[in-house]
Write a protein that binds this ligand. Structure first.
Ligand SMILES: C[S@@+](CC[C@H](N)C(=O)[O-])C[C@H]1O[C@@H](n2cnc3c(N)ncnc32)[C@H](O)[C@@H]1O
Length: 259
């Protein structure tokens, strides 16, 4: 069964960026996941169809009303019930949430249904969050203007892990962060670009050597760029081969610096 994704948003058209292009576009066409959008504006009762109001206690900006959001989520749940889905995991995209990372993405790709709530302005009425939201997720320690881009980041990263969404089922497994390592450097034609040649091992046809070189590059890049990740990897235990490869990489770096 495909993953059901329901998004509550004031700007449904933004999600064309996910459903019409690339890996996520193809996956939607192939029914690997289904995306439905719900606009809180369609659930307002006031004449002006306003979805926000000023904050109690004063202060700048506006806050999204709880009521239209509640009505939207009730409609989401009714739709899901009508297709035999009894439960959905409700996520509010928020800079105050838990940081999205590889492990969380993998865990989210196991759900049958995700409902994503996109905030705008100063955010949403806290009573809606307390009543309906299972989890708050942030895409980084910075503030963006709305939850839509964050929801799209989440959708894209989750969909990549759904069976069948990538042509080669293994490619998500080799991506950066799987196995707590950054991915090795990639090269394609031409063999020589601006006088710089592709590393000869990649042209050797020796698959064992290529595998070893790639692992060494992954370890080395992680050591250089993300020592925090390497520390996590070390905690889980590096193999003897990995220790040797990393030492060799470090020596090559020293050699490069002293050249
Ligand atoms: C301008 S922000 C509101 C920020 C809020 N006043 C605060 O300081 O926590 C508007 C909306 O953008 C979304 N948003 C902003 N930054 C985000 C982030 N880092 N991750 C996920 N969503 C974010 C949330 O849905 C939020 O309700």
């Amino acid at each position: 069964m495909s993953l059901e994704i329901d998004v509550i948003t004031l700007f449904p058209e933004m999600f064309d960026a996910v459903t019409k292009y690339g890996v996520t576009g193809r996956a939607e066409k192939n029914k690997i996941y289904q995306l439905n959008t719900w606009n809180p504006r369609d659930y307002t009762e006031n004449n002006r169809r306003s979805i926000d109001d000023s904050p109690y206690g004063g202060g700048q900006g506006m806050v999204l009303l709880a009521e239209p959001l509640e009505k939207a989520i009730i409609n989401v749940k009714d739709r899901l019930k009508s297709i035999g889905v009894d439960d959905t995991h409700v996520i509010y995209l928020s800079p105050q949430g838990r940081l999205l990372d590889h492990e969380r993405v993998l865990a989210l790709s196991d759900y049958g249904s995700l409902t994503l709530v996109c905030g705008r302005y100063e955010g949403v009425d806290e009573r809606f969050i307390a009543r309906y939201v299972d989890e708050e997720i942030s895409i980084g320690n910075y503030v963006i203007s709305g939850g839509e881009l964050a929801a799209m980041v989440l959708i894209d990263s989750v969909v990549r892990h759904l069976p069948g969404s990538l042509g080669d089922n293994n490619s998500a497994k080799e991506d950066t962060f799987s196995n707590l390592l950054l991915e090795f450097p990639q090269y394609t034609r031409p063999e020589i670009f601006n006088g710089e040649s592709v590393p000869s091992v990649l042209l050797s046809g020796n698959h064992a050597k290529i595998k070893r070189w790639r692992l060494q590059q992954s370890l080395g890049k992680t050591w250089l760029n993300r020592p925090d990740l390497l520390a996590q990897k070390r905690k889980k235990g590096l193999s003897e081969e990995e220790v040797l490869l990393l030492e060799e990489f470090k020596q090559q770096q020293d050699y490069k610096i002293s050249e």
